[in-house]
Design a protein around this ligand. Structure first.
Ligand code: SF4
Length: 216
């Protein structure tokens, strides 16, 4: 399968960053299970994306901004873009999330991918954005630096590779993450891990039998 023309939704990158198997189950196999967390997250985005643009002082606030990158084959929607100055001198993307700040980069990857699209579309540079977390009512600044850009580009490449291969990767070994995963019942990571270890042992056994018979 060739995915050279296929656009990935930016929101799908967090699925890949969370677990490549989850990404494949949703975007290759097209299964989906909405749990309490995903349903609440969708409601939040509907509310946030619905507002009209407004000007407050020197800053223009645009909501639900569509973004796209031909180069990275990405498309998506930005919750809020703050544009400072007339003419604009500073662009500041803001992404809203239902939960609270995470240690891992999943949310930041999404924000960075939005920034990369904006940079390509408007020929600008974005060095900072923010995540707004509903649960803790907190705005967290995010630097769009080289380290985040490189993690984001790796996630984009990995996601395109999974789509191109059409193959669903095996479960991740992070069992805590599986507990919070909306696809845990469909994925059955425990069963799959067990099957894989059985297969692995059988393959090892077969390999050693072949090498024994070659030596005799
Ligand atoms: S249950 Fe675990 S392995 Fe399966 S898709 Fe979710 S996070 Fe990935």
């Amino acid at each position: 399968m060739d995915d050279s023309d296929q656009l990935i939704r930016i929101s799908a990158l967090q699925h890949y960053a969370y677990c490549p198997r989850q990404f494949a189950l949703i975007h290759v196999e097209q299964v989906w299970a909405e749990n309490y967390f995903t349903a609440q997250g969708n409601l939040l985005h509907e509310r946030v994306d619905g507002g009209e643009p407004e000007q407050r002082g020197n800053v223009r606030y645009e909501r639900g901004v569509s973004v796209k990158s031909e180069r990275l084959r990405l498309t998506g929607k930005l919750d809020l873009l703050e544009i400072e100055g007339k003419p604009p001198t500073h662009y500041f993307p803001v992404e809203y999330k239902r939960g609270k700040p995470k240690i891992e980069d999943w949310d930041k990857i999404q924000l960075c991918a939005q920034a990369l699209c904006l940079e390509e579309m408007r020929n600008i540079t974005i060095d900072e954005g923010a995540m707004w977390y509903w649960k803790v009512r907190k705005r967290e600044p995010v630097l769009i630096d080289d380290a985040l850009r490189s993690v984001t580009l790796a996630a984009i490449e990995g996601a395109h590779n999974v789509l191109a291969s059409g193959i669903t990767p095996p479960p991740i070994e992070k069992k805590k993450r599986c507990k919070a995963c909306s696809l845990v019942d469909l994925c059955e990571p425990g069963t799959f891990r067990h099957d894989r270890s059985n297969t692995y042992i059988k393959e090892l056994f077969a390999a050693s039998t072949i090498s024994d018979s070659n030596e005799s």
